[in-house]
Design a binder for this molecule. Structure first.
Ligand code: GMT
Length: 379
């Protein structure tokens, strides 16, 4: 029988892709019998039902008047030290370089001083490298944390190469792609839910994101505006963030308030995919595009840009179509091409689901387990 491990998982507990991957990975590892300790500032949104071998350790930063900025990273590092020591963890797996990898390296050094060697595995997710990496104020610490981790993974080949380009990296970075639990993406009652959003049989387009500038949410609106000139359709937007009000203003300006539904943040955004005909992801940069993969798992073809890791997920002309960043005309043209022919749409949807199955958790989980075991053998 494989070795049962005690694993500390550190990630963002919110709606973002890195937090979803960290949480789903922890849950899948727990299903295989490992003992999982989530360490973060609030309960991960995708954690779900209670389980005996899943524990949650909250990181609380005291509100001391001297602190202009709460020292989250230090408190997180101290919490990791505590959990490693008293729960007797075998390893820490941290998701997102800032501040999780750097805090983990601090914890590792503190523990080393007490004679405890805790391996740190860092998974890079995207904006920690492609956005923060361009910011000189983070660069030395991110490089240090990556170089000092016992193993480092990136969620796509594109992100791996970006990391080498942007940082002073002197070690190997392994690619372990994101994954999905394909069973969770089967929705038997599609047609009933569809009628709620599109009572007259309109086509449904969906976009899910954190509405940050990198997602180019205004492009989503522009693409939809062009598609609806020819195809009766609705647009469902899931998520919230800095560019939401700009997107709402653009919809008002274009007189599309009836056709565009802003759902805001929802606990399980993938439910929106159950009703989708097409998924839109016109991002400026995207290290992987977990939301696109989740759409594909629901049999929904993806209209995306061809940036970053998206070509490693979406297959142009097979599972969806890709265009250059900002080319809303081309993305709209591709959308109309798919939506205007039912047989074509079905075929793309079928291929999308087939491709998504290649990223099934049962294929990806052993890659992480093998990595854990090889790290534990070498430290
Ligand atoms: O998409 C976001 O901005 C959220 C961000 C995160 O860290 O939560 O997502 C990044 O990690 C995801 C999971 O690995 C990837 O699927 C996303 O492509 C990546 N986002 C970007 O690179 C912009």
């Amino acid at each position: 029988m494989a070795q049962i491990l005690k694993i500390g998982i550190v990630g963002y507990p919110t709606y973002g892709g890195s937090g979803v991957v960290a949480t789903e990975l922890g849950k899948a590892l727990a299903d295989k019998g490992h003992e999982i300790h989530f360490i973060t500032y609030s309960q991960p949104v995708r954690l779900g039902a209670m389980k005996k071998n899943i524990r949650y350790h909250e990181v609380n930063v005291s509100d001391y008047p001297l602190f202009l900025y709460p020292p989250y990273e230090l408190v997180l590092a101290s919490k990791m030290v505590d959990v490693v020591k008293y729960e007797k963890l075998d390893l820490l797996h941290v998701h997102y370089a800032i501040p999780h990898a750097s805090a983990a390296i601090t914890a590792k050094q503190v523990l080393a001083d007490e004679g405890i060697n805790i391996p740190v595995i860092t998974t890079l997710h995207g904006t920690d490298i492609t956005l923060l990496g361009k910011d000189a104020s983070f660069e030395p610490v991110i490089s240090f944390a990556i170089n000092k981790s016992d193993a480092v993974t990136a969620v796509s080949q594109s992100l791996r190469l970006d990391t080498y380009k942007l940082f002073g990296i002197n070690r190997e970075i392994e690619v372990i792609p994101n994954f999905i639990n394909t069973e969770k993406f089967e929705f038997p009652d599609r047609e009933t839910i569809r009628k709620e959003y599109a009572p007259n049989g309109e086509k449904i387009l969906v976009h899910i994101s954190n509405f940050r500038p990198v997602k180019r949410i205004l492009d989503v609106i522009e693409i939809f505006a062009r598609i609806r000139e020819e195809v009766d359709s609705k647009l469902i937007l899931v998520g919230d963030g800095p560019d939401r009000s700009k997107a709402e203003a653009l919809c008002r300006e274009k007189g599309m308030c009836e056709e565009v539904i802003f759902l805001g943040n929802v606990k399980n955004p993938t439910e929106a995919l159950a009703v989708a005909d097409l998924f839109l992801l016109p991002s400026e940069s995207e290290s992987f595009g977990l939301a696109a993969l989740e759409a594909m798992a629901c049999g929904v073809p993806v209209i995306s840009t061809n940036t970053g890791g998206l070509p490693e997920v979406n297959r142009h002309g097979v599972t969806g179509m890709m265009s250059n960043v900002g080319d809303v005309e081309d993305m709209a043209k591709n959308g109309k091409y798919l939506l205007s022919d039912e047989a074509r749409l079905t075929k793309f949807g079928f291929k999308a689901r087939e491709r998504a199955l290649e990223f099934g958790i049962e294929k990806i989980l052993p890659l992480y387990e093998n990595l854990y075991n090889s790290v534990l053998q070498t430290v």
